[in-house]
Design a binder for this molecule. Structure first.
Ligand code: FES
Ligand code: FES
Length: 214
């Protein structure tokens, strides 16, 4: 099947119903994209499909024919977010980080804090409390000449918890994360461990857009 992967035209042989996540990791050797829940809840597998953030665990490979897929490897370690996630404490164990960065990369320029919260609502982080992630996005926007809207409110900065930052608290489905191996923007896969859950819209019909479950 032909599609554009990280800016290059590729032809990959895989079953049309194979998950894009598996095609990327197994057939393309791009292991920066992680599997957490495997069911559209955590955002660890976030990639860009025609510029929109999607959960690669929900996208059948057949849907990418002729389209453009960008993974964390496609940022080549040079995207401002990959630097600011490190400098601003947006990454700790690093498991969520590739997905977080890809979701953040899909945000509009000069995204407000609300834009950031909504854009990252499908991505769970069990380590950072989100404040570092928001700071990283703000810093990346400033590097890129954007605004400073992503700065968390004081209560968020102090408490640094998902709930206080306006994000729903969700119980983790499985047990802890594998520490280590988590460079911002491309750590090692966490051995298939399950991650916290977050809802996401399905892959449907070529318009695969993430969102919240009602
Ligand atoms: S692995 Fe895809 S959303 Fe969790
Ligand atoms: S840094 Fe987000 S889950 Fe560990």
């Amino acid at each position: 099947m032909r599609f554009v992967l990280n800016g290059k035209k590729v032809d990959v042989r895989a079953h049309a119903m194979k998950r894009l996540l598996d095609v990327l990791r197994e057939d393309c050797g791009l292991t920066g994209t992680k599997e957490g829940c495997g069911e559209g809840e955590c955002g660890a597998c976030t990639v860009l499909l025609d510029g929109q953030a999607v959960n690669a665990c929900l996208v059948p490979f057949g849907q990418v024919r002729g389209r453009a897929v960008k993974t964390i490897e496609g940022l080549r370690g040079r995207h401002p977010l990959q630097q600011t996630f490190v400098t601003e404490g947006g990454a700790q164990c690093g498991f969520c980080t590739p997905g977080m960065i890809m979701a953040a990369a899909a945000l509009p320029k000069n995204a407000t804090l609300e834009d950031v919260r909504v854009g990252l609502a499908g991505n769970i982080c069990r380590c950072t409390g989100y404040s570092g992630i928001y700071r990283a996005i703000e810093a990346a926007q400033q590097k890129a000449g954007g605004g400073k809207a992503a700065r968390p409110a004081r209560a968020d900065r102090v408490e640094g918890r998902a709930g206080t930052a306006g994000l729903p608290r969700r119980s983790p489905k499985g047990e802890g994360l594998q520490a280590g191996g988590g460079k911002a923007g491309g750590g090692k896969a966490g051995g298939g461990k399950r991650h916290a859950r977050r809802s996401s819209a399905g892959a449907g019909s070529g318009k695969t857009v993430r969102g919240r479950r009602a």
